[in-house]
Design a protein. Structure first.
Lengths: 208, 196
């Protein structure tokens, strides 16, 4: 259980260890993109962690990084093809960033730092925890950017509901800059500052 | 698109770091001082130029004729990893000073998303061989420009007072955000006015 929860809070890949930032910022313009990207990353992370953990005794130490990359790239290809087939609009929104999951440092990082030293069960929980932590972090950034930048929250379309929640007041005159490229960097900068501040306050509280 | 157009597009209008967030890890990680930022910038430019040319050749000469486009991701990342290793070995043999300057940054480049990014984007844009090379080179220059600007700003920031929770990474992101804001002045209209 500890392997699962550490990825969500204590070692959250986005806010605490700052891994996998490129896709984080680029696809965080709409909540639905963030969730789609998160699902892709969870799948790849799970697959690669399981395989690396199973094969850890067979992969020679010298070629371990290329081997991990081949395993990861195979799962990324699966995600890419499945997305193109079943969710074409999501695949179009995420564009080149689906294929770029392969160089997302979280996945290689977990394979090298955790899965190659653990049994399958621990590797699965680690992958799920890290993946969920990544998705939550991504969704949080996307939520802030979409609410402030467009005044909407885009989720799945169900039945007659087109999946877009429009916030009165904000959707008529949104802060457009937050939805554009500079906004992503500003939002993550302020969020990281906020988390640092909370951490410091907690440390101070514990000392007193 | 003309070559000048490609250069202006990838250096300014679609600067990889500031508008596409590709290569953000080294941008934050290696920008603490100017010297290493410049080293990293040149190493990335070098590898990106070669990588976009090589992956173009592989896509057009091997993957498409054999109908193996679905292997694109795997092939490209392996080719880039091999290329980086090869470049490292060649530089080590040919030029000791260059190896000393770029050497430590080269292994880090394999996982730099900007390199795979330009390879994929060049293929998606249907560039020919030389256009791919120019795109890779200018995207690298854009990276160099952004990381150089960032490192000089961060060196100045060292001497300024910054609220404690914002020291280090958060202020670097906010600085990057403000730089991106400035880069928004470069847009497609600029390109139209310049080239027509």
């Amino acid at each position: 259980m500890g392997n699962f929860t550490k990825g969500i809070f204590k070692e959250n890949p986005i806010f605490v260890i700052l891994l996998g930032l490129c896709p984080t910022l680029a696809v965080s313009t709409q909540v639905i993109n963030a969730i789609g990207m998160g699902a892709g990353v969870i799948f790849v992370l799970l697959g690669s962690n399981i395989f690396v953990s199973l094969l850890k005794n067979f992969i020679p130490d010298k070629v371990r990084i290329p081997s991990y990359i081949v395993i990861i790239a195979s799962f990324v290809t699966i995600v890419d093809l499945v997305m193109q087939a079943y969710t074409p609009s999501l695949s179009k929104n995420l564009g080149v960033f689906v294929q770029l999951i392969v160089v997302n440092c979280i996945i290689l990082g977990r394979a090298e730092a955790f899965a190659s030293k653990s049994n399958v069960k621990d590797a699965v929980f680690d992958a799920l925890g890290m993946g969920v932590g990544f998705t939550l972090g991504l969704a949080l950034i996307a939520l802030i950017r979409e609410v402030l930048g467009a005044g909407t929250i885009t989720l799945f379309a169900v039945g007659g509901f087109d999946g877009v929640i429009r916030l009165p007041g904000l959707s008529e005159s949104p802060v457009r800059i937050i939805a554009l490229a500079p906004g992503a960097l500003l939002v993550i900068g302020y969020l990281k500052g906020l988390f640092n501040w909370m951490e410091m306050r907690k440390a101070k509280g514990a000392a007193v | 698109m003309s070559y000048v157009g490609i250069i202006i597009t990838f250096v300014f209008i679609e600067n990889f770091i500031l508008t596409k967030f590709l290569g953000l890890c080294p941008f934050i990680g290696v920008s603490k001082n100017t010297e290493s930022a410049v080293g990293m910038g040149f190493a990335v430019t070098f590898v990106m130029s070669l990588a976009s040319l090589t992956t173009w050749a592989i896509q057009k000469l091997i993957l498409v004729p054999l109908g193996l486009e679905f292997l694109q991701t795997i092939t490209f990342i392996l080719v880039i990893a091999t290329l980086v290793q090869l470049v490292e070995m060649i530089i080590q043999k040919i030029s000791a000073p260059l190896y000393k300057a770029l050497g430590i940054y080269l292994p880090l480049i394999t996982t730099n998303c900007a390199v795979l990014g330009i390879a994929l984007i060049a293929v998606r844009s249907n560039y020919n061989a030389f256009e791919s090379f120019v795109a890779g080179f200018s995207a690298g220059l854009g990276f160099l420009l952004a990381i150089l600007l960032m490192s000089t700003i961060r060196e100045k920031l060292e001497n300024e007072w910054v609220p404690k929770p914002f020291r280090g990474v958060p202020i670097a992101f906010i600085t990057g955000g403000l730089m991106a804001l400035a880069f928004m002045a470069f847009d497609k209209a600029l390109l139209r006015n310049l080239i027509g």
